[in-house]
Design a protein around this ligand. Structure first.
Ligand SMILES: Cc1cc2nc3c(=O)[nH]c(=O)nc-3n(C[C@H](O)[C@H](O)[C@H](O)COP(=O)(O)OP(=O)(O)OC[C@H]3O[C@@H](n4cnc5c(N)ncnc54)[C@H](O)[C@@H]3O)c2cc1C
Length: 340
């Protein structure tokens, strides 16, 4: 088996993993970088043309300005384009489509196992940074019919739902955005949400008045305080009333969960209901010496999203300070409103 050797292994090439890679390269560190998929994978599965709610300056990385043609918040396409540009600008070498599947302590470092298409490799690293994100798997309802072909946990394109009965399940940003886009694309959309109303805190401020207006006018029927219990090829049953609704398609947009297998394998302590890794706020080092976490991975499975790209930039500075032995940077001012 091929054996790789490095000082620092970086796992994950989302925005924060890339920002860390630029910092390591600028400081002349010997590092190897892996991603299970393509760079920016988490952003790539947003629906086409989805816009970030964060301002461009807050999701820009490595000091490279992010501009959009009309100064609006970046879309999925514009941000992926930007990330590719950052990789080219700094000529970052990333082993993409190479998942890290194993990690164990060896001597004063770590032994990682990776699994690219060409066959497994082993990487010996003195230190490891896990920048693996927190949205690996969709949350499931675990109800009969959830895996039928007309049911999806990802919203990818409104077109398949044109003139079809679509039930969107969920009441936060992803669900509301999908419901609106599919409605405008000519689908007959209805919404099921376990809450009693849509919360302004969980939905982009420019979407809320529109969805509320469409619900109030009955153009998007909303079933509040309901939970799906069974899906058949033609119907969905909602509790507590056990009413059945005819459907052609169902979108289950109820959030995403972290895959914390690597953290567990490495022996990192996980805490709280989010099962978030425990780490030193000044250095980002976990209870395992030499093993650091950064980016949204630090939040575990976030029910209410509080950790975004914009409040993770400081993780890079902290790790860099820890690696170079410099004083850790001061904690940044809390962000009043992410969208400002
Ligand atoms: C619709 C939508 C809108 C959003 N809008 C915003 C917004 O406006 N502002 C904002 O800040 N955030 C937003 N987010 C969240 C945003 O996507 C994340 O904040 C961001 O991607 C986190 O960056 P990251 O680098 O921490 O992790 P990620 O981007 O999740 O990157 C993690 C990377 O690790 C890789 N990986 C995971 N496990 C392994 C493994 N075992 N081996 C190798 N590689 C691995 C993954 O393939 C992935 O590329 C949004 C998310 C969605 C779904």
């Amino acid at each position: 088996m091929e054996m790789l050797q490095t000082d620092i292994a970086v796992v994950g090439a989302g925005p924060i993993g890339l920002e860390l890679a630029v910092a390591l390269k600028r400081h002349g560190f010997d590092y190897l970088h892996f991603d299970a998929r393509q760079i920016g994978y988490t952003v790539s599965w947003f629906a086409p043309f989805t816009r970030f709610f964060s301002s461009n300056e807050r999701i820009a990385i490595a000091g490279v300005p992010l501009h959009t043609p009309d100064q609006s918040k970046a879309s999925r396409e514009e941000y992926l384009n930007y990330l590719r540009g950052v990789v080219e600008l700094f000529d970052l070498q990333i082993n993409t489509y190479e998942p890290v599947t194993g990690i164990k302590r060896e001597g004063d470092g770590f032994l990682l196992t990776t699994n690219p298409a060409a066959g497994p490799r082993v990487c010996r690293a003195r230190r490891v940074v896990l920048v693996t994100g927190g949205t690996d798997h969709p949350r499931r309802l675990n109800i009969p019919g959830e895996d039928l072909p007309h049911v999806s946990h990802y919203f990818q394109d409104p077109h398949p739902y044109f003139r079809k009965q679509l039930l969107v399940v969920g009441g936060k940003n992803s669900a509301v955005e999908a419901a609106l886009r599919c409605h405008h694309a000519g689908a007959h959309v209805s919404l099921s949400y376990r809450g009693s109303e849509l919360s302004a805190k969980s939905i982009k401020y420019w979407l809320l008045p529109e969805i509320n207006g469409l619900i109030e006018s009955g153009r998007i029927p909303a079933y509040f305080n309901t939970v799906p219990t069974r899906i058949t090829p033609t119907e969905i049953t909602l509790n507590p009333s056990t009413q059945t609704i005819p459907v052609d398609f169902v979108l289950l947009l109820i959030g995403y969960a972290q895959d914390n297998k690597l953290l567990r394998l490495a022996g990192v302590d996980l805490g709280g209901e989010n099962e978030a890794p425990v780490f030193d706020e000044r250095t980002m080092e976990t209870n395992i010496p030499g093993l650091y976490v950064a980016g949204t991975a630090v939040g575990g499975t976030q029910d209410k999203y509080r950790i975004f790209i914009e409040n993770c930039h400081v993780h890079v500075d902290r790790i860099l300070a820890a690696l170079t032995g410099e004083k850790p940077p001061a904690a940044p001012e809390p962000i009043a409103r992410p969208e400002s």
